[in-house]
Design a binder for this molecule. Structure first.
Ligand code: FES
Length: 103
């Protein structure tokens, strides 16, 4: 079954069983491996992506309802956006971009 949707701003069409989870569509079909498999039961959040701007556990979302919708994965986030959401290194405790001693 062809499923058309948008990933990180790009239109895609995948041939996948409608019951296949969005997680495996992203990883196996589109080779977007930034989204991780953890528990597989919607508990850990390792598979979280944004679906039309709202976070979802992609291990629990079947592929078919994603048709004509917009998915954002970690690959679709800019470094600037990640830094903005985490805050700057010294203030929030987020890791800095450079490790000590690496120049
Ligand atoms: S893999 Fe743990 S919530 Fe999806």
């Amino acid at each position: 079954m062809a499923i058309d949707f948008t990933v990180n701003g790009d239109p895609v069409s995948v041939d996948a069983p409608p019951e296949m989870s969005l997680l495996w569509v992203l990883k196996d079909t589109l080779e977007l491996n930034g989204t991780k498999f953890g528990c597989g039961i919607a508990q850990c959040g390792a598979c979280t992506v944004h679906l039309d701007g709202a976070p979802v556990r992609s291990c629990q979302v079947p592929a078919s309802p994603v048709a004509d919708r917009s998915v954002t994965t970690i690959e679709g986030l800019s470094l600037e956006l990640v830094a903005e959401k985490w805050g700057s290194g010294g203030r929030s405790g987020a890791p800095s971009r450079r490790a000590p001693g690496w120049g």
